[in-house]
Every structure is written in C-alpha cells, then in structure tokens.
Design a protein around this ligand. Sequence first.
Ligand SMILES: C[S@@+](CC[C@H](N)C(=O)[O-])C[C@H]1O[C@@H](n2cnc3c(N)ncnc32)[C@H](O)[C@@H]1O
Length: 247
Amino acid sequence: MFGSVLNKLRKSIRRRGALGTVRHAAARLARPLLALAPAERRMRRQKAERDRAFDERYGVDTGGVIPLDQLRIEGTTWEQGVPYWGIDPDEFARLLAALPVRPEEFTFVDYGSGKGRAVLLAAGQPFRTIVGVEFAPELDRVARENLRTYRGEVKCRDIELVCGDALEFELPQRPVVCYFYNPFEGEIMSRVVARIADSHRAAPRDIYVLYANPRHREVWDRSGYFEAVTVTGDFAVYRTVRTGSDG
Ligand SMILES: C[S@@+](CC[C@H](N)C(=O)[O-])C[C@H]1O[C@@H](n2cnc3c(N)ncnc32)[C@H](O)[C@@H]1O
C-alpha cells in the first residue's frame, strides 16, 4: 500500500515536477469541498434532472459524472483524462449547427465517447459513418448497450465503438469530423493533435474539429495545422489549414 503510494508520487513528480504535484494533490483534495458549494450543488442537481429526462425518454443510461479513478483503465493516460460526463443535447445541437459541412460526406469520430451520448446524438444526422473511441471498458460496455436500446431518431446506422486509448486510434482515411468534449488535459491533446496532423499529411482530406468546453484551445491554435472556423465561449470549430493547392 505504502509502496504503491510512493510509486504514484514518484511518477507524478517525474511528470509534473514537485510544485505541480503539490498543486495536483491540492486540487484533488479540494474537489469534495467544492462539491459542497451551493452553486455547484445546484448545477449538479440540474444536470441530474436533465440526465434523467434524456435517459427515460430514449431508453438509455448516459447520465452521471464518473471520475476515472473509479474505473479500471489500462496504462496511465487516465491520470490526464477528464471524468465521464455526457454532453447536454442542446449544446451538442448548437455545436453541430456550426459545422459547415454536409454530414453525408463525413465520418464523425468521438474522442472519449464514454457511455455514448454524443454518438447517439450524432446518429440523428446522416453522417456517412460514426466511430466512438473510449478507453474505459466499463463505459464502452454501457455505450454498446445504449446503441441497442436507443429510441431516438437514427439517420446513420454505420456506428462502430472502439474500446481503446485515443492516443492509439488511427483516424479513417476519409473526410472526418473529430469531436472532443474536453476529454483530456493539454499534454494528451497535443499528442492527439499531432497524430491527426500526421494522418492528414499521409492522406490529405477535409478534417474538421468540433471542440466543446475547449479548455486547451491553445494546442490547436499553436499547431499551425488547423485554423479556427468558429469560436464561442462554449466551443470551437477548426479545420485543417487550406493551402493554395487545396483549390
Ligand atoms: C467529458 S466525457 C465525454 C463523453 C462523450 N464524448 C460526450 O460528449 O457525451 C470524456 C470521456 O473521455 C474519456 N477519455 C479520457 N481520456 C481518454 C483517452 N486517452 N482515450 C479514450 N478515452 C478517453 C473518458 O473516459 C470520458 O468517458
């Protein structure tokens, strides 16, 4: 027990430095206290009500907030992952409305698909195909069951759920919309952005990015590979930078 704590501490210091480790530990200790604040409690209650309404209406289980340290996930990437939390359907609709493409021509990829709420909502659009990538097997299993029981409108039936790390996911070599609902911290996001840029270099095509709750926009802004199409307080839409040869 003591050995495993010491191990975690060593790993954290290697990754975050001593000061970063103190900050990280303080943030984790403060979490339960913040949860007691009235505004936070009100927000959680409202979210729980909306989750329940969605799940009852569509015959699924997509609600709740699930910290990743309560799940069994291989490797250590999860330490920089964000808890499961399904996107609000109205927020998702606003995001899709800002996407300047015909869904029929695109594959929609959800990086960190969790219980599959966004995958189900995306299926209401005529995307060519849809892929959800989730590294927590327990969440992936719930998403698969949700696909089976969902009672909402479905215009795209070609849906694949991949249980694996976003860092290892190979983007299909077709026009894609990459969707992120703030799934991970900046370091993982940088590596994912680099992979998407590599995939585009290997097979130039239209790649759009829908980034909801965009905590690490700077990673996309600095990549030199993507340009912002729309930015609001709640989301950002990017696409690969057009060059003269794109026509
Ligand atoms: C905020 S939830 C978003 C859920 C869903 N995309 C939606 O919009 O409703 C973030 C999800 O990303 C997953 N995640 C975090 N890091 C990941 C990684 N490296 N690879 C795959 N999934 C990851 C978490 O397990 C969690 O389910």
